[in-house]
Design a protein around this ligand. Structure first.
Ligand SMILES: *[C@@H]1O[C@H](CO)[C@@H](O)[C@H](O)[C@H]1NC(C)=O
Length: 418
């Protein structure tokens, strides 16, 4: 009886959990070419790069790790997948995917865009209006960041914080959580890397307060911390000429006043010259501190508790530029459940990362060995040609560079110098 009750309880709670989590979109590319029926390539331009389905050069699982890989260098890519439209009103919104830059990316986007349901997928392009743009972007050494861009009232707003992205060749998990209390969190590999509030970390709204335009610093506001000490007086002997005639200068013997004019010694800096006199400084008894401009509520500011809300989320897309192709996108997930996303991340990236790293390390090791062997071969070749040359030159070398046959240095000196 008790066992059955417990069993029923557990299955009921599992059902409840499953019912709680809403998964709006999930794409793992586990059904061969069928993804081609779910993803729509944009035709806005005629020369977009092609995505191909592959697990890449190294992976944790040859089948499960298949994802969309950019396959042509220096191309724009534009493809997207549609799902049942929903609003994130009153619920968390979680956007998650994995990405692997196995090509040692030099410059290229690695982000997703989440669009309103009315997007024309066949015409999706760089200026198509989106709700959210999220994910890594790498270009050279200076740009290695995670974008978090939200559209608010028709305008895109970039996060003000700098979030560093991963720049190695392994698969990483990127997660964005947007909460209805207008807080957010960014996770990489299921670990928080940034969090905060929409109002503080983006410029969606004008500032809450502004400097009071009516307020002015009072005329008599004394903001000098130090003033001249009036009791201080200049010492009588302070003033000295800056330059004086050189006392060591002598009229040259052959100076001819008729010819050369009157002799004058050269001028030199006066060692007793003390510069301009300034009175000592003292604390200003009338000092009032730095004047702070009073602030007032900004009449332009209206709080908005629905910055986070998007009415009709319906498409996720890859709309990006890559110089060096080879990036693999996989395990897309859009849900309202943070734990569901974490679980899914663990099941996909979490299960992949270990074996993937091992395979990569083995490949690197093998490559390293092959390179070493090649180098050795090269060296051997060089040495054998050198040996040939040496044989030919032997006669000459004996005459010039033959080392002393025996004994210490003294013995080595030529006989006639001893
Ligand atoms: C995911 O994996 C991490 C590390 O193994 C673990 O701490 C965490 O509890 C897991 N999350 C879920 C939701 O199971």
């Amino acid at each position: 009886m008790q066992i059955i009750t417990l069993f029923q309880l557990v299955s009921a709670s599992i059902l409840a959990l499953a019912a709680n989590a809403e998964v709006y979109f999930k794409e793992q590319f586990l059904d061969g070419d069928a993804w081609k029926g779910r993803w729509v390539n944009s035709e806005h331009k005629s020369d977009y790069g092609q995505f191909k389905l592959t697990a890449g050069n190294f992976y944790g699982d040859a089948e499960k790790d298949k994802g969309l890989q950019s396959s042509q260098d220096a191309r724009f890519y534009a493809t997207s997948g549609r799902f049942e439209p929903f609003s994130n009103e009153g619920k968390p919104l979680v956007i998650q995917f994995t990405i692997k830059h196995e090509q040692k990316i030099d410059c290229g986007g690695g982000y997703v865009k989440v669009f309103p349901a009315d997007l024309n997928q066949a015409d999706m392009h760089g200026d198509s209006q989106y709700y959210v743009m999220f994910g890594p972007d790498i270009c050279g050494y200076s740009t290695k960041k995670v974008h978090v861009i939200f559209n608010y009232k028709g305008k895109n707003h970039l996060i003000k914080k700098e979030i560093k992205c991963k720049d190695d060749e392994l698969t990483h998990l990127y997660t964005l959580i947007l909460n209805p209390d207008q807080t957010y969190e960014v996770k990489i590999d299921n670990e928080k890397v940034e969090s905060g509030s929409l109002e503080e970390d983006w410029d969606f709204l004008p500032p809450k307060t502004i400097k009071d335009p009516e307020a002015k610093k009072p005329e008599d506001w004394d903001d000098r911390a130090k003033i001249d000490d009036e009791t201080d007086t200049k010492p009588e002997d302070w003033d000295k000429p800056e330059n004086i005639p050189d006392p060591d200068a002598k009229k040259p013997d052959d100076w001819d006043e008729d010819m050369d004019g009157e002799w004058e010694p050269a001028m030199i800096p006066n060692p007793e010259y003390k510069g301009e006199w300034k009175p000592k400084q003292m604390d200003n008894p009338n000092y009032k501190g730095v004047w702070v401009h009073p602030e007032i509520d900004n009449p332009e500011y209206t709080p908005d508790a629905e910055i986070y809300k998007f009415d009709s989320i319906g498409v996720i897309g890859l709309d990006l530029w890559q110089v060096k192709s080879g990036t693999i996108f996989d395990n897309f997930l859009i849900t309202d459940d943070v734990k569901e996303a974490e679980d899914f991340g663990n099941e996909t990236w979490g299960a992949t990362k270990g074996p993937e790293k091992k395979m990569k390390e083995e490949q690197d090791e093998k490559k390293h060995k092959e390179e070493e062997e090649e180098e050795e071969e090269e060296e051997n070749k060089e040495q054998s040609t050198e040996a040939d040359n040496e044989e030919k030159d032997e006669g000459k070398e004996e005459e010039t560079e033959e080392p002393p046959e025996e004994g210490d240095e003294d013995d080595a000196l030529p006989k006639d110098e001893l």
